[in-house]
Design a binder for this molecule. Structure first.
Ligand SMILES: [Zn+2]
Ligand SMILES: [Zn+2]
Length: 289
């Protein structure tokens, strides 16, 4: 079967792989979303890696599913403290290979009802639902209004928050505005940083005692000023990935959201899709085998 595989330099290339033989259900991949975390691994990941975890798939019996590529144990101290993504078992990949392939095996599939290709949004929304529990209600600044930022705006608005959006790109700010976010520069109770380069812009806008949630890997070369954290007694926290409970909740939420527009490309055009994403020309790239 065809798959996009990282070569010895971590560069993606289309390759012919044997049928997936791992444990779990055989899933035919209908579509797989390109995640910021996939792009981070390009040029770094080990040879042979097949990326992709935002899968809309089909089981042999015809049932539409998505899958959980990592699963916490649910019973260790970290899991019980709500930090499931730091659980030792969470490191283990539950899919073989990744979603940028024609077929895969998955030990943890999640039925998605009639979502069809929109199932590629279940994992990103599950990550947001889990992180949102750490964000106090009130006025919330969303930094970065790409696809993930737009989902954040809607999830926060749905629970009654006053959402303020920030993005260096006027068109993206406008998109967030259409979803009900304000765009002024007033102080906020909390900030969600979906583009971690914006962390330093977010900190001075958060009221004393407020919360700053880091939702994306920060670039290595961006220094963070902790002076504001200290003087305003801010709570700085991270949230990464999702839990099984949030996956289940996300299936229902996705059907109610206004989903960001998608650029769909075949696996053969993987490199092109990555470039569109990197240049910010595509809000969300989805590959179909
Ligand atoms: Zn993702
Ligand atoms: Zn655990």
């Amino acid at each position: 079967m065809r798959a996009v595989v990282l070569d010895s330099n971590g560069r993606p290339e289309l390759a012919d792989l044997p049928e997936p033989a791992g444990p779990g259900a055989l899933v035919q991949v209908l579509a797989c979303g390109l995640c910021g975390s996939d792009v981070e691994k390009l040029g770094r990941g080990p040879a042979g890696t097949v990326l992709g975890h935002e899968v809309a798939g089909l089981l042999e019996g015809g049932e539409h599913v998505t899958l959980m590529h990592r699963v916490p144990c649910g019973s260790c101290d970290r899991c019980r403290a709500g930090h499931e993504s730091t659980c030792e078992e969470f490191r283990q990949l539950r899919i073989d290979p990744g979603g940028f392939a024609e077929r895969m095996r998955a030990t943890h599939v999640v039925p998605v009802g009639s979502l069809g290709l929109d199932a590629v949004w279940v994992e990103p929304v599950a990550c947001i639902l889990r992180a949102a529990e750490r964000v106090p209600a009130g006025s919330v600044l969303v930094v970065g209004c790409g696809a993930v930022g737009r989902l954040w705006v809607q999830v926060l608005r749905a629970r009654g928050d006053d959402v303020v959006a920030s993005d260096v790109r006027p068109d993206r700010l406008e998109g967030a505005g259409r979803l009900g976010a304000r765009v002024d520069g007033g102080p906020v109770r909390a900030a969600v940083v979906t583009a971690a380069a914006g962390l330093n812009d977010a900190l001075p806008r958060v009221e004393p005692g407020g919360t700053v949630l880091v939702f994306a890997a920060p670039p290595e070369d961006v220094p963070v000023s902790l002076d504001t954290v200290y003087r305003r007694e801010l709570q700085l926290m991270g949230s990464r990935s999702a839990s099984p409970a949030h996956f289940a909740a996300a299936v229902a939420v996705v059907s109610e959201l206004e989903l960001p527009e998608v650029t769909t490309l075949p696996l053969e055009r993987f490199a092109e899709g990555v470039e569109l994403y990197r240049r910010g020309e595509a809000l969300k790239v989805v590959f179909t085998p």
